[in-house]
Ligand binder design. Structure first.
Ligand code: PMP
Length: 391
């Protein structure tokens, strides 16, 4: 049957491209014997105590809506967690909002702050949602490129050069998806100086904060004078292995949280209640599981970085998250050609770098959130694949 419904779709949605990550995921799912280094989620199951706490909330009959901003008990626990872990203090009742994943927090943060035509500076290569959600909110993403030359760490001077009189905010994500790059205190301080000087806001996606391997994490909001200029976004998906629970949060000054809560209240009502009870347990009693998973990721990171460099795909040692972003330039292929050929010839799925922004061309993203056994096999297959491809 011919589908005639396309002309009903709004023009700006026609212009929105589907995510390139999903395309590879779908291709790979139709093949046998594929090792996927494609999708960015933990291979671990959520810690059992978290699952049990969620079951238990259902057994107790806690099946109704919570407050729009989320269970107060969860916000209070989150407030202590942020204070203890990152030395940032937020009022549980006025400055925290529990969302449906960090994804929803990103969406409503932009919708809360953007007037038509406002510009938001986005550091690319980046997570695929930022530019589309800025556009959906009526804003203009302005791209600045983090380059390999600086180990994919954006320089404050690059941000400064992109500022115009329409700039409202800067989006930063550290540790980063897809490069794994983590900004150091110096770099964050320099960005803070630019933010202050130009009276801007920062949307800081800190979802990989607890997966930083060699140093301790600095929240952008903890830098002097920055809390009042920061919308801190994070969630439970990555460090707690809770992607399917769809639970995240935003921490920000009161007026911003109030604005975001208005949108949230009309569009979502509240995040799922049983997931919120799980998250409460995660914050209270799952730190040892987080550390165990983190240690395992660190070991895998070290292995994969060494293996890729040895086979002729140069890559930096990423500071955090669970991705490596090797250069494939020596093969002479585009990142799309590389990923497609690797999947067809050796059944290994990686994501072409260009889906994370034009500056990602020439690289592929490999997620190491999969078992050492799978990773070892994937590295062997990639080595065979490259045999006649690197001159
Ligand atoms: N930000 C970044 C940088 C991510 O990589 C992801 C997930 N891939 C998200 C946000 C979204 O996470 P959530 O599952 O909490 O919506």
């Amino acid at each position: 049957m011919i589908d005639h419904s396309a002309h009903f779709i709004a023009d700006h949605i026609h212009e929105l491209k589907p995510s390139g990550i999903r395309r590879f995921f779908d291709l790979a799912s139709k093949m046998d014997n594929v090792i996927s280094l494609g999708v960015g989620e933990p291979d671990f199951v959520t810690p059992w105590n978290v699952i049990e706490a969620s079951f238990h909330s259902l057994e107790l009959g806690y099946t109704a809506y919570t407050a729009n901003a989320g269970l107060l008990e969860l916000r209070q626990e989150l407030s202590s967690f942020l204070e203890t872990s990152y030395q940032v203090s937020y009022d549980a009742e006025k400055q925290l909002l529990i969302t449906v994943g960090a994804s929803q927090a990103i969406d409503i943060a932009f919708r809360a702050i953007i007037n038509p035509g406002d510009e938001v500076i986005v550091v690319e290569p980046s997570f695929v949602s930022y530019a589309p959600t800025i556009k959906l909110a009526g804003g203009e993403p302005v791209v600045v490129e983090a380059t390999e030359e600086f180990a994919f760490k954006i320089q404050a001077s690059q941000i400064e050069q992109a500022i115009t009189n329409k700039t409202k905010a800067i989006l930063i994500c550290s540790p980063n998806n897809p490069t794994g790059a983590a900004l150091g205190l110096d770099e964050l301080n320099q960005i803070a100086r630019v933010v202050e000087e130009h009276d801007l806001l920062v949307v800081s996606d800190e979802i990989y904060a607890d997966l930083l391997y060699d140093e301790s994490f600095t929240s952008f909001a903890s830098i002097e004078n920055m809390k009042k200029r920061t919308i801190l976004i994070s969630g439970f998906s990555k460090a707690f292995a809770m992607t399917g629970w769809r639970l995240g949060y935003a921490a920000a000054p009161e007026a911003i949280i109030a604005a975001m809560t208005k949108i949230h209240q009309y569009t979502i009502m509240c995040a799922p209640t049983m997931a919120q009870y799980g998250a409460l347990e995660a914050l209270r009693n799952s730190q040892s599981s987080v550390i165990e998973m983190k240690n395992s990721y660190r070991q895998r990171r070290n292995y994969v970085v060494k293996a890729l460099n040895e086979m002729g795909l140069p890559c930096h040692m990423p500071g955090g998250a669970f991705y490596v972003f090797p250069s494939i330039k020596e093969t002479g292929m585009t990142s799309e050609e590389f990923a497609e050929a690797l999947l067809n010839e050796q059944r290994v799925a990686v994501v072409p770098g260009h889906v994370f922004g034009e500056s990602g061309e020439g690289y592929v993203r490999c997620s190491y959130a999969t078992s050492m056994k799978q990773l070892t096999e994937a590295m062997q297959r990639m080595k065979i694949f490259l045999k006649d491809k690197i001159k």
